[in-house]
Design a binder for this molecule. Structure first.
Ligand code: DLZ
Ligand code: SF4
Length: 518
C-alpha cells in the first residue's frame, strides 16, 4: 500500500495521527504552501512567516528521520494555490492507494477534505486529531441536551477525565478554581521577565523575504519576528514560561501595562496551535512544577484551566455548532469596524496600545483582547463578522476553531449566551483598575459625561440601555440593571446623547476629545 499523507500547516506534531503508521519505504508525506490559505483572510505578516517557516523546518526534520517528503513551496512552478489543487497534482505524481489526513482545525478545510474521495476516486482516511484532550464525539456527548454549554462544568469533567490536579475524585487544594486570586494589578516598578526571543535563522529569513515581497499589504510588522518555529525552540519557550513566568502568571494574569505586552504570559499558544507543543505535555509540565513546589496552585490551576478547560471547550463548541455558529447576531450589531483597529490611530490610549502591541508582535494577551479590543467592539455594536475576521487576521495563534467561539461567543455575545452567561461589558473603571493606560490618555476615566469623558463610561450604560429588554432579566447583570433603574431620566438622556455623538463620529473624526484626530 502506498499512502499519501498530507500534513497541514497547523499539524506540525511529531506524533500526529497522520504519521503514526508511516512506512518510509512506500509512503510520501505531502506538505504544501498555498496562496489560498495565506489570503482567505489577510493574515498578519508574522503569522505567515511563522506558519511557512515552521512547515519548512518540520519537513526538514521528517527528512532527517528518513521520511520521504514532497514539499511544495509557495513559488514553485505549477503551484495551483489550493489544497485541493495540490493534492490533485500530488496524486498524479505519486499514484497512491490511499490518502491519509488528520481532521482539520477549520470547518472550511475539512469540507474540502470530504470532497476528495469522490474527486480523486481514492479512499481518504480522516483521522481523529489526538493532540486534543477531548475528542470531538466526547464533547458532542457532553453537550447533548444542554441548553447552555458552560465551560466550568466542562472543565471539571475534563479534570476528572484526565486526572490533572486531582486527588482521587477531588480537586487538589479543595477547590476547582482559584480565579479570584488572579486579578492583581501590577505594582508600580514591578519588573517582569524578559520575553524569550528566537532569532530568525536562514530558513526564517528566507520566508521573511518571501512574505515581504508577496504580501506587502498585509497587516503587521515583520521586523522583530521572534516566535519559536521548531519543536526544540517551542520546548525552550515552554521551559522559559515554566521557570520564569508561571510562578507570577496567576497573580498578574489579568494585568496590563503600557509598553509591556508580554508580562507573565506563556507566549506558547502560537506553538501549541501549530502542533509544535501539545496540550497534554504542557499541562503535565505545569502540574509537575506545582508538585515540586516551584509554582503556586493558583498559577498552575489558572494555566491548566486555560488549556484543559477553555481551549478544549472552545474547540468542542466550534465543532458541535459549525457551520451555523457564526450566523447569529443576538445583539443585532451592525456598525463597521473602525479604521483604528488597523492603524492604532485613536486618542483612546488603551485601544491604541493594544493595537500597537498586536501590530508589532501578532500578539496581545487575553485581557487586552477581551476587555479592551473585544469590550469596545461589544459596546460600540461592531458587526460580529468584521470583528471576527480582524481577530483571525491579526494574532499568530488564531485559527477559526479557537478564534470564533472566543470572539463570537465570549467577547461579542453574538450567540445569545450559548457560551457565556453574560456579555463581558465593562466601563473605563475596569481598564483603569487593571492597567496604567488611563494615565496617558486624552480622555478622563473618572469623568462620566461630556466630550472628554472616557468613552467606555457612557458606552457601557448606553449598551445596557440599548439591550435592556434582552438583558435586564439576566441574573448576572442584576446589579448594573438595579443601578440603571435608579438613573435619573436626565442622566439617561445624557448617556444616550454622548454615545450617539461618539458613535456617529467613530469613523470620521473618531469622536476624539474636541473632535480632533489623534
Ligand atoms: C494558516 C496557514 C497558512 C497561512 N498557510 C498554509 C499553507 O500554505 N499550507 C498549509 O498546509 N497550511 C497553511 N495554514 C494553516 C491552514 O490554514 C490550517 O491548516 C487551517 O486553517 C486549519 O484547518
Ligand atoms: Fe481607555 Fe478610557 Fe482609560 Fe482612555 S480613559 S485609556 S479610553 S479606559
Amino acid at each position: 500500500m502506498r499512502h499519501l499523507r498530507l500534513v497541514l500547516g497547523d499539524q506540525l506534531h511529531p506524533r500526529l495521527a497522520t504519521l503514526t503508521d508511516l512506512d518510509p519505504e512506500a509512503d510520501t508525506v505531502l506538505m504544501v504552501e498555498v496562496a489560498e490559505e495565506a489570503t482567505y483572510v489577510r493574515h498578519h505578516k508574522q503569522k505567515l512567516v511563522l506558519v511557512f517557516s515552521a512547515m519548512r523546518h518540520f519537513a526538514a526534520e521528517l527528512r532527517e528521520r528518513g521520511v520521504r517528503v514532497d514539499y511544495v513551496e509557495l513559488e514553485d512552478p505549477g503551484n495551483t494555490g489550493s489544497f485541493t489543487g495540490e493534492v490533485a497534482r500530488a496524486v498524479a505524481r505519486h499514484a497512491p492507494d490511499r490518502i491519509v489526513v488528520t481532521e482539520a482545525g477549520e470547518w472550511r478545510v475539512e469540507a474540502m477534505m470530504r470532497d476528495w474521495e469522490e474527486a480523486f476516486g481514492l479512499p481518504v482516511e480522516i483521522r481523529d486529531d489526538t493532540r486534543f484532550l477531548c475528542p470531538r464525539p466526547v464533547f458532542a456527548r457532553w453537550a447533548e441536551g444542554r441548553e447552555a454549554l458552560r465551560m466550568e462544568t466542562f472543565y471539571r469533567a475534563m479534570r476528572k477525565r484526565t486526572g490533572f490536579l486531582m486527588e482521587g475524585r477531588d480537586p487538589v487544594g479543595g477547590q476547582w478554581n482559584f480565579d479570584h486570586d488572579n486579578r492583581r494589578r501590577l505594582p508600580a516598578g514591578h519588573v517582569v521577565p524578559e520575553r524569550r526571543r528566537f532569532a530568525p535563522d536562514a530558513v526564517t529569513r528566507a520566508v521573511m523575504a518571501l512574505v515581504a515581497r508577496r504580501f506587502p499589504d498585509h497587516f503587521g510588522d515583520l521586523d522583530g519576528f521572534a516566535w519559536p518555529v521548531t519543536r526544540a525552540e517551542a520546548l525552550a519557550a515552554l521551559r522559559h514560561f515554566l521557570d520564569d513566568c508561571l510562578p507570577g502568571f496567576g497573580d498578574y494574569q489579568d494585568a496590563m501595562r503600557a509598553g509591556t505586552p508580554f508580562l507573565y504570559h506563556g507566549l506558547i499558544a502560537p506553538a501549541l496551535n501549530l502542533g509544535l507543543l501539545d496540550a497534554e505535555e504542557v499541562c503535565r509540565a505545569a502540574e509537575e512544577r506545582w508538585r515540586e513546589g516551584a509554582a503556586p496552585l493558583n498559577a498552575v490551576e489558572g494555566f491548566i484551566r486555560q488549556i484543559l478547560g477553555w481551549r478544549e471547550y472552545v474547540r468542542g463548541l466550534y465543532w458541535a455548532r459549525m457551520p451555523d455558529y457564526p450566523d447569529t447576531n443576538a445583539l443585532e450589531a451592525t456598525r463597521d469596524l473602525p479604521w483604528f483597529y488597523w492603524s492604532g490611530e485613536t486618542a483612546m490610549a488603551c485601544l491604541a496600545e493594544c493595537v500597537r502591541d498586536t501590530k508589532a508582535h501578532a500578539h496581545a494577551h487575553h485581557i487586552q483582547r477581551l476587555m479592551v479590543l473585544g469590550n469596545f467592539a461589544l459596546l460600540a455594536g461592531l458587526a460580529p463578522a468584521q470583528v471576527e475576521e480582524w481577530f483571525l487576521v491579526v494574532y499568530a495563534d488564531a485559527y477559526e476553531w479557537v478564534e470564533l467561539p472566543n470572539v463570537h461567543g465570549m467577547a461579542l455575545w453574538a450567540d445569545g449566551g450559548l457560551l457565556g452567561s453574560k456579555p463581558y461589558a465593562a466601563s473605563g473603571a475596569y481598564i483603569d483598575r487593571m492597567s496604567d493606560y488611563c494615565r496617558t490618555c486624552a480622555y478622563d476615566v473618572k469623568a462620566k459625561s461630556g466630550e472628554t469623558a472616557c468613552p467606555f463610561n457612557y458606552l457601557y450604560w448606553n449598551f445596557l440601555i440599548t439591550h435592556e429588554e434582552r438583558l435586564s432579566r439576566n441574573p448576572r447583570l442584576a446589579m448594573p440593571y438595579r443601578t440603571l433603574a435608579k438613573m435619573a431620566p436626565a442622566r439617561r438622556a445624557e448617556v444616550l446623547a454622548d454615545s450617539a455623538r461618539f458613535l456617529d463620529n467613530l469613523n470620521a473624526s473618531e469622536g476624539e476629545p474636541g473632535g480632533e484626530r489623534a
